[in-house]
Design a protein around this ligand. Structure first.
Ligand code: P6P
Length: 292
């Protein structure tokens, strides 16, 4: 390795290129890795052979980059020291991997922070996700959250990113998807759902980035809210909440923990959970009013 690059945004671009470059290999390795392994991930969830496979590929490729000092993953208890670089990379190697057994879309989420982990969303210098759908695509942006532009790319069989277009949230929202069980929703969230259901069509597939892709394409709202049984919801701030908030806010939408932008949520731990609500500005504004 040469001298670590010191420009965080240049390193971030290299990280996004690297995630795209390994995407075909991740996708090609899925068919033979649909079995569950013994043990659980740090969040207490079952682990598929594909989760470990994708994580190992990404750690090896990202950790080798000049400028990356730390690699962290939803599948690893602790972050990995990968050198002296200025940025830390947090990855959900296969978001929604339980969809592999039912052959539904899933993907890879990546967040690039300027500095050490755990980090707040305002420390992001890039974020995005690869979606393994009918085609392999990437949605990502580089720069400070307030300055980024979110773009969609097709990922070629050679792992190259081909820009398609910039992404701006449609003004006439049509879809919603909410995680958790109805009886677990707090009453004020259930009241919000009652209101929203009259206006939007349900789109929920069990993989955050696939459901978020519906919102980015058609407008609407995705939420994995706080639950009576899980006051901080299910999704992880470092690996899911911050990157998806970066993307939605960068595309002209809004994010909320229920009490302000997810990007302002204090970072307290590598695997901390956070309620996630992202989508069109007025829908999130109404959500925050409902949650009081
Ligand atoms: P549920 C996938 O395991 C994940 O972390 C997100 O991608 C997704 O939004 C959520 O959990 C699905 O959770 O409770 O619907 O299975």
């Amino acid at each position: 390795m040469g001298a670590p690059d010191t420009d965080p945004e240049a390193v971030a671009e290299a990280v996004l290129d690297t995630v795209a470059s390994v995407a075909p290999e991740v996708r090609a390795g899925l068919p033979g890795r649909r079995r569950y392994l013994d043990g659980e991930n740090p969040s207490g969830e079952d682990v598929l052979a594909a989760d470990v496979y994708a994580d190992d590929l990404l750690e090896s490729a990202i950790g080798a980059l000049d400028g990356v000092g730390t690699y962290a993953s939803e599948e690893r208890e602790n972050a990995v020291d990968t050198g002296d670089g200025p940025v830390s990379v947090a990855v959900d190697p296969l978001d929604g991997s339980s969809n592999l057994r039912s052959n539904n879309p899933m993907g890879t989420v990546v967040a690039v922070y300027d500095g050490a982990l755990p980090a707040g969303g305002r420390d992001l210098v890039a974020a995005g996700f690869v979606l393994y759908g009918p085609v392999t695509s990437m949605v990502a942006g580089v720069g400070a959250p307030e300055e980024t532009t979110i773009r969609e790319y097709l990922v070629t069989e050679d792992g190259e990113r081909e820009a398609v277009d910039t992404l701006d949230l449609p003004n006439d929202p049509t879809v919603y998807g909410f995680g958790g069980r109805v009886p677990d929703w707090p009453a004020d969230f259930a009241a919000y759902v009652d209101e929203v259901e009259d206006e939007l069509k349900l789109r929920y597939g069990g993989a955050m980035i696939a459901d978020v892709s519906q919102v980015l394409t058609y407008g609407g709202v995705f939420a994995y809210p706080a639950l009576e049984s899980a006051p901080n919801g299910k999704l992880r701030l470092q690996f899911e909440g911050n990157p998806v908030a970066y993307v939605l806010e960068g595309a002209g939408g809004r994010s909320s923990t229920g009490d302000g932008s997810i990007l302002d949520a204090p970072a307290t731990g590598l695997h901390q959970r956070v309620p996630v609500h992202v989508g069109n500005d007025d829908l999130i504004e109404r959500l925050e009013a409902a949650l009081g």
